[in-house]
Design a binder for this molecule. Structure first.
Ligand code: ATP
Length: 466
């Protein structure tokens, strides 16, 4: 099955979606750079999330907070003491692993929930967990490895200047709660959404862009009145699933997994993951958590600043409860890549690789392909291109045979190929006079062709991107 992921990785490199990081210097493990098509795909994902969860909602506002925050933020949030994974060393080959991951691969999800380190160690022995690298079964006891990257502020070395790169964007929202309340004055229920980079010094990054140490998140903190959080939690679960489905993702590869009681953090009264069936198995895409008033209360304690909301209608004061849908940009991008990738057998026996992206997320919306690269055909094609590029990300390609150009666009997932030929310009032998001023639009998935008037093209594409 892992070959399926290899095929996706290879297409990503070959077609300029995602390159291995620092490649000319022999790389840097588990870092990836988004190339010209990857960056478009990523932008489309972020724009769609922002539009759906922030811009088009009267009850959500946006924020862009700093990556570097006062270290007391992470004291208050619990990240300094608790944001760690159980690290074990293989005594034979000295490779390091996450004990919970090794156990979960054998015993299933959340088998380590609520277990102490000595208990986890015993579970590894009882279940004869083998080192994935050398096969031996002798591991050290697990120890806590904090996932936050540390760095220092300014020129003086010393512990007083220690800061962390944020491991999530959410805390930036909580610490601006009062600013937003006092200055923007929204009425509860309302949410604050943010997109930005987060950093985690993961023990075992891997599976391409599934788990990396630098990644982007799209997070929403939705503040509500205590007692209404279960309804909102259910509402956001449904809304998030609908969003993923609206991007054309195969419903059979999606599931919503409700966390068992033992798996919940002490402050959460409900957490679910939207999972996708990746080539390497089911994995978390989107976490939706009902977090009660834990975060705001912690910041109120640490900062001594009141985090209360006054409801003027009900004449009551309270610390709001929060429901948090948290999604990784890169994770969603990997879902879209894996879900779109397809190798089709054609009637003539040939194979074609095609990315079945929904037109909404496709990096290139249309390609303009002149049948020949000279004369009036080229002129008309160039004019169409210059016109359309004002409104859509379109490409112009006059190299190679038309068949090869189609294959290239199929691999980029371009939903529409527009060909300009002698019929379009109405010049040449046996042209069909009815097709003058028209182009041929080929649809990627069905490969069906239809004729569209040049002046209708922009509206036609617009209508088909919805
Ligand atoms: P795990 O237990 O798998 O490490 P998590 O439960 O700690 O993940 P969350 O803290 O819930 O993950 O993060 C919210 C979302 O951010 C995840 O659902 C995922 O989409 C994304 N995310 C988290 N860690 C990473 C990472 N290392 N690389 C890429 N995306 C990530």
């Amino acid at each position: 099955v892992q070959n399926a992921l290899k095929d996706v990785i290879s297409l990503c490199k070959r077609r300029g979606f995602i390159f291995p990081g620092s490649e000319i210097y022999d790389g840097l493990a588990n870092t990836w750079d988004y190339g010209p098509y990857g960056v478009e795909l990523k932008r489309n994902i972020k724009n769609l999330w922002w539009k759906n969860f922030v811009a088009s909602r009267p009850d959500v506002v946006g924020l862009d907070s700093s990556i570097l925050l006062n270290p007391r933020v992470w004291q208050a949030s619990g990240h300094v003491s608790n944001f760690s994974d159980p690290l074990v060393d293989c005594k034979a080959c000295h490779e390091r692993f996450r004990a919970d991951q090794l156990l979960e691969e054998k015993l299933g999800e959340s088998c380590c929930a609520g277990k102490t380190f000595p208990e986890i160690h015993q579970m590894m022995i009882d279940n004869e967990i083998e080192c994935p690298k050398c096969g031996k079964k002798d591991f050290t006891e697990p120890r806590a490895f904090n996932l936050m990257f540390q760095t220092q502020l300014g020129v003086l070395e010393g512990t007083g200047n220690k800061v962390y790169l944020r491991p999530e964007t959410a805390q930036g929202i909580f610490i601006n709660f009062k600013n937003i309340m006092d200055n923007v004055r929204p009425k509860i229920p309302f949410g604050v959404g943010q997109i930005g980079k987060s950093f985690r010094n993961e023990i075992t990054p891997g599976n391409f862009i599934f788990r990396t140490r630098e990644f982007e998140q799209m997070e929403l903190e939705f503040f509500c009145e205590p007692g209404t959080e279960v309804d909102w939690y259910n509402y956001w679960k449904k809304t998030c699933v609908e969003f993923v489905e609206s991007l054309g993702v195969n419903k059979e590869k999606l599931r919503l997994r409700e966390h068992a009681k033992e798996e919940l953090s002490h402050y959460s009264n409900g957490t679910s993951d939207i999972e996708y069936n990746f080539p390497f198995g089911w994995g978390e895409l989107w976490g939706i958590a009902s977090r009660t008033d834990y975060d705001l209360t912690q910041h109120q304690k640490e900062s001594k600043v009141k985090m209360e909301y006054f409801d003027a209608v009900k004449n009551k004061r309270y610390i709001p409860y929060v429901v948090e849908p948290s999604l990784g940009v890169d994770r969603l991008l990997l879902v879209l890549l894996c879900d779109a990738y397809d190798v089709e057998k054609l009637e003539n026996g040939e194979e074609r690789v095609v990315m079945h992206f929904s037109p909404k997320v496709a990096p290139v919306k249309a390609a303009i392909l002149p049948l020949v690269k000279k004369g009036k055909v080229k002129e008309v094609a160039e004019k169409i291109y210059k016109n359309l590029i004002q409104d859509f990300n379109v490409e112009y390609d006059e190299t190679q045979s038309i068949g090869k150009r189609y294959r290239r666009q199929d691999e980029l997932g371009t939903p529409y190929c527009i060909t300009v030929d002698f019929d379009t310009i109405g010049e040449g032998d046996d042209v069909n006079p009815e097709l003058k001023g028209m182009v041929t639009v080929r649809e990627r998935d069905s490969m069906k062709q239809e004729h569209v008037k040049i002046e209708d093209l922009s509206n036609w594409i617009h209508a088909h991107l919805k």
